[in-house]
Design a protein around this ligand. Structure first.
Ligand SMILES: Nc1nc2c(c(=O)[nH]1)N[C@H]1C(S)=C(S)[C@@H](COP(=O)(O)O)O[C@H]1N2
Ligand SMILES: [Mo]
Length: 355
């Protein structure tokens, strides 16, 4: 087992008392009462009402949450029923190899796990967090919590578990390019990019990625000044030590992007998804990060940092670097203390003319 309360590599603690919201924000609107069904390769398919689920033998466990976008929440207390208890009631057949957890959500979100892993990890079907009913935004009335896997394996608004003989990849594991096993201790965040560095060079030559999708693109150590990448989907891209002055990344998905040591002067990051992005040693003078999502983003080395490969320099900002007041709420205390001079105090302080 892993030493209690240590953090997996590349993770930092979320701001104390803050549980970030990730992915879908609410379940599908559906007037029918909540039910949980387990079907597929089982001898006794079954549907439970919510009252029946919560009447099953409950356990309370402290579980560490590790989001792939580099924030962790340790010792979160969840109450629910063990997946093992539910599965014992339906009796998986000999063909049963995989589970697909399906949400009652706008996109019928799903995620998958090998049956053996789901059991061995102690997967919980939870309805309560720190002694309170799970909030709807965090997956209430019912969600799974899978210890020792990145949190995208923990499904909000669970309504069905399909027991399968063959694997059916979920939302993040399929086209989005997230690693299918997702072991945080092995940093299994993304599948390897299918794009070679040479292909990346060709793609970047035009300096126009606007609206395009390239996962794991290697744009490191390049002159990309003025790059157009508005609305592009560039998860896990590397732009380490690149020249990106004046680049346009408004509304882009830059989850876990690597901007270490890059020149980001005057870059437009407005409304971009920068969760888990790294800016150590980057030059952010004049950059605009208003409306960007910053959970897990790294601007200065975290306290926990002992990663020898990590540049130890904090990023550079100036009076022209712009953040929302919300950044103060989403970043960790260490990040806030470094960025303090450039973070607006409160929403009312930024539009003070109203008072
Ligand atoms: N139904 C549903 N479940 C989901 C997601 C989602 O988008 N929809 N996102 C996953 C991801 S990536 C994470 S990190 C966690 C976030 O849960 P939280 O919003 O309660 O922190 O839910 C996971 N389960
Ligand atoms: Mo996530």
């Amino acid at each position: 087992m892993h030493p209690h309360r240590s953090l997996p590599p590349g993770q930092q603690l979320a701001a104390p008392g803050k549980w970030p919201l990730v992915g879908e924000r609410e379940p599908a609107t559906d007037p029918r009462p909540w039910t949980l069904t387990i079907a597929g390769c089982v001898s006794q398919p079954r549907t439970w009402t919510l009252a029946e689920v919560t009447a099953l033998p409950a356990v309370t466990r402290e579980i560490d949450i590790h989001c792939v976008t580099r924030w962790s929440l340790v010792g979160a207390s969840f109450t629910g029923v063990e997946l093992a208890t539910l599965l014992a009631a339906v009796q998986p057949t000999r063909d049963a190899q995989f589970l697909s957890f399906v949400a009652r959500s706008p996109r019928d979100h799903s995620t998958s796990l090998p049956l053996a892993d789901a059991l061995q990890l102690g997967t919980l079907v939870a309805w309560s967090y720190q002694g309170q009913a799970l909030s709807v935004a965090h997956g209430g009335p019912l969600r799974t919590v899978v210890p020792d896997r990145y949190f995208y394996k923990s499904l909000k608004w669970l309504t069905r578990i399909d027991v399968l003989s063959e694997e059916r990849l979920g939302h993040w594991e399929g086209a989005a390019g997230y690693h299918n096993r997702a072991d945080p201790w092995l940093e299994e965040r993304f599948i390897a990019s299918g794009i070679t560095r040479q292909q990346a060079a060709q793609i970047l030559e035009q300096r126009d990625l606007a609206g395009k999708t390239f996962l794991g693109l290697d744009g490191s150590q390049r002159d990309l000044a003025g790059l157009r990448a508005t609305g592009a989907i560039l998860r896990n891209a590397s732009f380490a030590r690149s020249q990106l002055q004046g680049a346009r990344f408004a509304g882009a998905n830059l989850v876990n992007a690597d901007f270490r040591g890059s020149d980001l002067r005057e870059v437009d990051f407005q409304g971009a998804d920068l969760e888990g992005a790294r800016f150590l040693g980057a030059d952010l003078r004049g950059a605009d990060l208003r409306g960007a999502s910053l959970f897990g983003a790294l601007f200065a080395p975290p306290d926990e940092a002992a990663d020898p490969g990590e540049s130890s320099a904090a990023c550079l900002c100036d009076g022209g670097t712009r953040f929302d007041a919300a950044a103060r709420e989403t970043l960790t205390p260490r990040q806030v203390s470094h960025l303090d001079p450039w973070l607006p105090r409160t929403a009312s302080a930024t539009d003070g003319a109203c008072s």
